[in-house]
Design a protein around this ligand. Structure first.
Ligand code: RP5
Length: 179
């Protein structure tokens, strides 16, 4: 029997409170990329949840997830997918929360397919598209932190500290090849 209409299992949540950021991905195989998003959110202490939600393999789960996201307390959704990566756009079509899309690096076309299918949203439904692969996944989390920091002074201070440390680490190591 198909499980396409099975109730959504509870997403995996970070331990630090009601999730503010929802991380979804099209396949278990995307976790190697999307764990970067989870890591940076955890580093900043932002509560998040993670779940595999596929636009084409589990469309009902996607619609349930996106439609219930706001009422469950989420503020931002980060969606990672590869290949014909319609997950972020379809998710954005079902919620008015901001959706950030991460193009996962595919094996056949190195993520160009993922990038183009996420970035080229037609006018009227917005998806903020990040870089291909782990840098994009990390930056999606960082961008979510910065968005939340607009109305959270403590988080804003943490972002400022993060940026200052990053700058200092470059100033402290001016010689190429020495880490
Ligand atoms: C997409 O297909 C997923 O986002 C993943 O990047 C890609 C390949 O999925 P698997 O075949 O590894 O499950 O839906």
């Amino acid at each position: 029997m198909s499980n396409a209409h099975a109730p959504n299992p509870a997403p995996i949540s970070s331990p630090d409170g009601t999730p503010k950021v929802g991380i979804i991905m099209g396949s278990q195989s995307d976790w190697a990329t999307m764990c970067e998003t989870a890591q940076i959110l955890a580093d900043f202490g932002v509560p998040f949840e993670c779940q595999v939600v596929s636009a084409h393999r589990t469309p009902d789960r996607l619609f349930d997830y996106a439609k219930s996201a706001k009422s469950r307390g989420l503020a931002i959704i980060i969606a990672g997918a590869g290949g014909a990566a319609h997950l972020p756009g379809m998710c954005a079509s079902q919620t008015d929360l901001p959706v950030l899309g991460v193009p996962v690096k595919s094996s056949m076309l190195s993520g160009w397919d993922s990038l183009l299918s996420i970035v080229q949203m037609p006018k009227g439904v917005a998806v903020g598209t990040l870089a291909i692969g782990t840098a994009g996944a990390y930056n999606a989390g960082l961008l979510a932190v910065q968005m939340l920091a607009i109305s959270d002074e403590k988080l804003g201070n943490a972002v400022a500290e993060f940026r200052a440390k990053q700058t200092q680490s470059i100033l402290d190591n001016p010689v190429p090849g020495i880490i």
